[in-house]
Design a protein around this ligand. Structure first.
Ligand SMILES: Nc1ncnc2c1ncn2[C@@H]1O[C@H](COP(=O)(O)OP(=O)(O)OP(=O)(O)O)[C@@H](O)[C@H]1O
Ligand SMILES: [Mg+2]
Length: 453
């Protein structure tokens, strides 16, 4: 069981956090930085939830200290003030994420879950603000790639139909955005759009989530509850992560799709609905058919029209449009003075492979703008290390081979150029430049002296 240390000088916050997490984690709590440090010395702590403002040593100083001495420890900062400056400072000082009071239980759970599960990339934060803050949620679909334009065209063709649509693509490629667009541009846009995350519920609850239940259908069913299919009547239902459904639920879903009617769990009355079904997955369903993990008849039902969203690296034409779009929206939303992203920084972003696709691009821009949006330009050195470290940055060019130079001279020239570029990108910061070049600062300094840079 992983362990969480809660550091907050308010007893009520400590208690409520403890209530939220005590089932799933070992919980320790401290009312001061001093007490926190004592606990950390003797206990192995995976995650610290840390209040920004406390008496004596403030949370920010403790954060810096922990980040320096316990780099593997994950840290979430909590603050009472909705202040971008504090958010920026906390992230810069090494916090993994940030949450604003008052937070909901759900929000807190989500942040903790993500921080604990994400690979230990220090300072890879996803910004989140407490209730009604600036969780940028831009609904516009942006891009100029052939793949995207084709999908947008096809959505136009099917807008008057009830055709089922299957959307595939890796995480963060925009599946949900496209699903909403299909609904919004269709003749049923006056009706509801109901998203269901098929991975989020255990099998026993999934059926009642989809089809509802009658009062007393099972222990805990105190009231009749309508399912998502009923709620989506005259609109669209979006079954996200459809590959996660168990074979049993798949067969129940198939029946509903074939017959257009269903019965609530524990009920007898047949209910008829008029619903367009949109499904999405990042799994390879075809391959799952082969392994008998997904029903073939269901596959053909949901896959009448198929849209595939390629990963961002395969449609890099979209990147400048997306950068522009997110830059302007975030700048406006946060009222930032920053004027532009410098061309070299754009080039670096365009070359990066974006494993997290558009979601990652958006998160990177949010974070860069929170940290540097008060400066005039966004420079390459403002970008997160994972972008600067990407292999495309260090590429040997053909014209580095030149018969005028001996091998050693060519190597020296290449090395000089690499080091100079790295130093330029990090504005002369040798520690950062060394990381960029995947070497130590000592070796870098030795090379700089040897090459008389
Ligand atoms: N073409 C686009 N233009 C503007 N924003 C986009 C575009 N595609 C995706 N986004 C944004 O990127 C983020 C991720 O998109 P979305 O949630 O639709 O991805 P997804 O494919 O459903 O991801 P997952 O599989 O992880 O659920 C969202 O904030 C969405 O608004
Ligand atoms: Mg999604």
């Amino acid at each position: 069981m992983k362990s969480i240390l809660i550091v907050d000088d308010e007893l009520s916050t400590r208690q409520s956090l403890k209530m939220i997490f005590k089932e799933d984690y070992r919980i320790f709590s401290a009312d001061s930085a001093k007490q926190a440090l004592e606990i950390i010395k003797v206990q192995s702590i995976n995650l610290v939830i840390l209040d920004v403002f406390m008496d004596e040593m403030d949370g920010m100083s403790l954060l810096r200290l922990l980040h320096r001495d316990y780099p593997h420890m994950r840290i979430i900062m909590v603050t009472g003030a909705r202040s971008l400056k504090t958010a920026g400072e906390a992230l810069q000082a090494g916090a993994d994420d940030y949450i604003v009071k008052p937070f909901s239980v759900e929000e807190m759970r989500m942040v903790v879950d993500q921080v604990i599960k994400s690979p230990a990339a220090i300072n890879k934060a996803r910004l989140l603000s407490g209730g009604g803050g600036w969780d940028c949620d831009y609904k516009e679909i942006v891009g100029n790639s052939f793949a995207l334009k084709r999908i947008l065209d096809q959505i136009e063709y099917i807008k008057n139909t009830k055709t089922s649509v299957l959307i595939t693509g890796d995480t963060g490629t925009g599946k949900e955005l496209i699903a909403r667009d299909i609904h919004l541009r269709s003749i049923r846009n006056g009706g509801p759009f109901i998203p269901v995350h098929c991975a989020s519920l255990p099998e026993s609850l999934m059926e009642s989530e989809l089809f509802g239940h009658e009062k007393g259908a099972f222990t805990g069913a105190y009231r009749m509850k309508q399912g998502c299919f009923e709620l989506a009547d005259e609109g669209s239902i979006f079954l996200d992560e459809i590959a996660e459904l168990s074979l049993l639920t798949q067969s129940k879903l198939l029946r509903v799709l074939q017959e257009g009617e269903f019965i609530r769990v524990g009920g007898t009355e047949k209910i008829r609905v008029d619903v367009r079904v949109i499904t999405a997955t990042n799994q390879n369903l075809k391959e799952m058919l082969g392994r008998k993990k997904f029903r073939e008849d269901l596959y053909y039902r949901i896959n009448v029209v198929h849209f595939h969203l390629p990963p961002l690296r395969e449609r890099s034409e979209d990147i400048p449009y997306l950068i522009d779009h997110f830059f302007l929206s975030i700048k406006k939303e946060l009222n930032l003075p920053v004027e532009e992203i410098n061309p070299e920084a754009i080039t670096i972003m365009q070359k990066y492979l974006w494993p997290g696709n558009i979601r990652e691009l958006k998160n990177v821009l949010e974070r860069v703008l929170v940290l540097h949006g008060f400066e005039k330009d966004i420079l390459p050195s403002h970008l997160p290390l994972e972008l600067l470290e990407s292999p495309s940055f260090i590429s040997l060019r053909r014209n580095d081979m030149n018969e005028e130079y001996s091998l050693q001279e060519s190597v020296n020239n290449f090395e000089r150029e690499l080091i100079e570029t790295a130093l330029e990108r990090t504005e002369g910061n040798q520690t950062q430049a060394a990381r960029l070049l995947n070497t130590t600062r000592r070796i870098l300094r030795y090379r700089v002296e040897k090459l008389k840079l």
